[in-house]
Ligand binder design. Sequence first.
Ligand code: A3P
Length: 296
Amino acid sequence: MSSTSVWEYQGCLFPSVKYDTASLDYAWKEFEVRDTDVFNITYPKSGTTWMQEILTLIHSNGDPALSHSVPSWERVPWIEHTSGRGYLEHRPSPRLISSHLPAQLFPKSFFTSKAKAIYTVRNPRDILVSLHFFSGMTGFLDKDEDLDQLLSKFLRGKVIYGSWFDHIKGWLEVKDHLNLLLLSYEELLQDLRGSVVRICDFLGRQLDEAAIDSVVENATFKTMKDNKMANYSLVPKEFMDVQKSAFLRKGISGDWKNHFTPSMRESFEAAYKEAMKDIKVKFMWDSCQEDGITQR
Ligand code: A3P
């Protein structure tokens, strides 16, 4: 597929499928955030689908009926997709909403609301590897490139949703003024139950032990991989071909070490060090433990 598969809106690249100027304008300028809304915000390949599952299950008090009968993209739809308005405008509260948007293109009404948001971060090295395999299985992203070429684009922000560095820095800049919980993919991996409890506390949801157990059991990699409402096997092959690479591919941290060459490692580290030098939040992957977030 040629590079025309992505296009630019306000300086940021978007896939040509599921997005257009009207949908991005709507999300940014018109979407009316309600105080009861709960947002699942991520840079792509950071655990969006995982959080969609966790939020659905928490809001269903651990009952998996909804997460096993309705596709994840309908349960916790993206505001910025062309289908966003249709799914969300008349949906009763509380609405669960996904978004990959950078802070500067996020619904303006969010910033004056009391809505809650969970921002899930992931080691960008693993995001890059995940994105590489994802690009190879979709029919709407460039796939004529090896990981080295993708790394170069990633470091220049010439990938969907723009620069990872800008995304995280933009959200970190505004987080203290918002109802925003910062979580990491690595924390979810390390302690899913503890993370679910944290999310429940943040959302003010009181689930009993059995309900929490059920959320955890139904949000494991294995259960989700077998759940056709979460594993993208329902999507027509021309858009996503799970035979080429499963959407729930490996579900681990540190896979980048299996794919980065020494020179890729070197260029990534140099770019990361420079771009993140003023960031106050310290991620555990920065200190070789590769898990979670610690505040400096
Ligand atoms: P990998 O490609 O590294 O396996 P997103 O939903 O933001 O597109 O992110 C997709 C990534 O999250 C994939 O990573 C996928 O396997 C991983 N993922 C989804 N559900 C998961 C789960 N329950 N446990 C661990 N990883 C999960």
